[in-house]
Design a protein around this ligand. Structure first.
Ligand SMILES: *Cc1c(COP(=O)(O)O)cnc(C)c1O
Length: 480
């Protein structure tokens, strides 16, 4: 009997085939793969069927029949709504965390010039490895090396997949095979995150790690005393994501470069973030720029493309010609090589740096850091006014307030430095802060905020004006 009722209801649903034959669905085939559309229809029918069966538990067959719509049109409309909101798995999000270089949210946003160049280069053939003057094979890295030489005043440069690959490849170039030692300060044996630990990367590259100094203090003399005939490299590593204070000291890049020169041993510095612009320009604590480290006489400098530089994921290796040639001839160079899209973005970014003022204006990572409190507050007020004016947002459901807060740079740069910011505090009268966070993450364009003292905040430093319409749409949805 029960089974009969169930069967009666299930029989009323349209078939997948009948929905697929609807003319609106047929024309969807231009935008979506057939199998994908079919799967979506199957999911929709399945979900409606289980809702109907569920309600049979509390309602009689007649009521359930009346409450559900079994027409093809109903499912077609639902399908079109669904696909209207289609996005790939990798999608745009709104960053309301205030962390400018957020590794989980894709680190740096590319400037217009880089995006346009990626589009242009990747939608046609290019002279990626073709010398247009001689009409024969050319060099992939020539497209960025000329700019790095100009900006850093280095002899040669090379780019690989990321900075982890750059460090690994450089170490392996100096240390593969024979028992070669690399001298590092105990204060710099860092873990960057994502399982990048200096001691592990050393071991994997075949280098023997020689620790010198202590956790808090290392002197130039400590490096010098550890040098022997097996020493292949002196390595300095930027501490990146932590800061030591108090009774601390470490030799400068100049100190170590001088020791290397004296003993004829190459010196490498892993700068991590590696900025081209002095952070004091933005009122932040001073960090050595990549130009300064090259200028200090360090033979090989490595840094990321997508941290403070503000470009695509890449690992840049710059320095003295002999060493860069040696690293470039490592077979790993082929394994870690970057593709044309990265090169297209990187060349456009580096081009901006030919004029620092221009770079600060055009490169999002830099201008998000450089924003003044006043500018951030103005952006917050603008968003709040838009929300207040938007008819479809139920103002009775929310309490909005602009409050002072702190953001951070992220990406291992200036770890303990708090940048003053303004945030939009959002209290929903019926949903908790974490519930609100979950709802906003689930939106068509997910919004990622931060929760502080149990309150939900959108840090306006990292929210872009281009995000405003997505935020407004999300609040309309919650109001429903
Ligand atoms: C971030 C960082 C790395 C890793 O760089 P990726 O570009 O993320 O591979 C290596 N060393 C230091 C000091 C870093 O800060």
């Amino acid at each position: 009997m029960e089974d009969n009722k169930k069967q009666n209801i299930l029989r009323r649903f349209p078939s997948v085939q009948s929905i697929l034959q609807d003319s609106a669905v047929v024309s969807l085939a231009e935008s979506f793969p057939h199998e994908f559309i079919k799967e979506k229809i199957e999911e929709l029918i399945k979900s409606e069927k289980s809702k109907a069966i569920e309600s049979l538990n509390s309602e009689n067959e007649r009521t359930v029949s009346n409450n559900f719509n079994f027409t093809v049109d109903f499912f077609v409309k639902k399908l079109l709504d669904d696909l209207n909101n289609f996005s790939y798995s990798l999608k745009k999000v709104v960053n309301g965390t205030g962390v400018v270089i957020h590794t989980n949210l894709g680190r740096s946003i590319l400037p217009e010039s880089a995006v346009n160049n990626v589009r242009k280069i990747s939608s046609s053939y290019s002279n990626l490895e073709f010398n247009l003057i001689e009409g024969k094979r050319g060099k992939r890295y020539s497209h960025i090396e000329y700019l790095l030489k100009k900006i850093l005043k280095c002899e040669k440069a090379l780019v690989v997949n990321n900075n982890a690959a750059a460090v690994f490849m450089a170490l392996s170039s100096f240390c593969a095979g024979a028992k070669k030692e690399v001298i590092v300060s105990r204060g710099e044996l860092v873990e960057i995150g994502g399982s990048f630990r200096i001691p592990d990367i050393m071991k994997a590259s075949g280098a023997e790690l020689i620790e010198v100094g202590t956790t808090n203090k290392t002197k130039p003399q400590d490096y010098e005393s550890a040098i022997n005939e097996n020493t292949a490299l002196l390595l300095k590593v930027h501490q990146s994501n932590f800061r030591m204070s108090g009774f601390v000291s470490a030799p400068s890049s100049e100190d170590i470069a001088a020791i290397g020169k004296k003993h004829n041993i190459p010196v490498m510095e892993d700068l991590g973030s590696g900025s081209f612009v002095g952070m004091e320009k933005f009122g932040l604590p001073c960090e050595p720029t990549a130009q300064e480290v090259v200028n200090a006489g360090v033979d090989i400098v490595t840094f990321s493309g997508d941290k403070l530089l503000g470009g695509p994921q890449a690992g840049i290796i710059a320095g003295k010609a002999g060493y860069i040639d040696m690293i470039a001839s490592n077979p790993l160079n082929r394994a870690f090589r970057i593709d044309k899209m990265t090169l297209a973005a990187l060349e456009a970014i580096l081009f901006e740096y030919l004029d620092i003022e221009r770079a600060v204006k055009n490169i999002p990572t830099l201008f998000l850091i450089a924003q003044t409190e006043k500018e951030i507050r103005k952006k917050a007020v603008k968003l709040l006014n838009k929300i207040k004016k938007f008819k479809n947002i139920d103002k009775n459901l929310f309490d909005f307030k602009i409050i002072e807060d702190f953001s951070i740079v992220g990406g291992g740069a200036l770890p303990d430095y708090e940048l003053k910011t303004f945030a939009l505090r959002i209290v929903h009268k019926k949903i908790s802060a974490s519930g609100l966070g979950k709802f906003l993450r689930d939106c068509n364009v997910p919004i990622i905020g931060k929760i502080k003292n149990g309150e939900y905040l959108l840090d306006m430093r990292t929210v872009l004006e281009d995000d405003f319409s997505d935020i407004l749409n999300a609040f309309v949805l919650i109001s429903k």
